[in-house]
Design a protein around this ligand. Structure first.
Ligand code: ZN
Length: 64
């Protein structure tokens, strides 16, 4: 079923981007947003100790 028509907020909004959430990924609008939220609380619950971070732009291997 095509869902290209803008549906007014009839349900819960995505907790990440605010778009109308879909039943398949509630309470998120897509798997992407669901993964984002999942990663957020995962980092809060499981404090992983790694040298490299996803938001780290430094890479000694690329330095030169
Ligand atoms: Zn979203």
């Amino acid at each position: 079923m095509p869902e290209d028509n803008p549906i007014p907020s009839r349900g819960p909004a995505c907790l990440i981007c605010g778009k109308p959430a879909v039943t398949e990924h509630r309470p998120f609008c897509s798997k992407r947003c669901r993964d984002i939220d999942l990663g957020r609380w995962l980092r809060g619950v499981y404090r992983v100790e790694t040298d490299e971070g996803p938001e780290d732009d430094q890479d000694p291997a690329q330095a030169g």
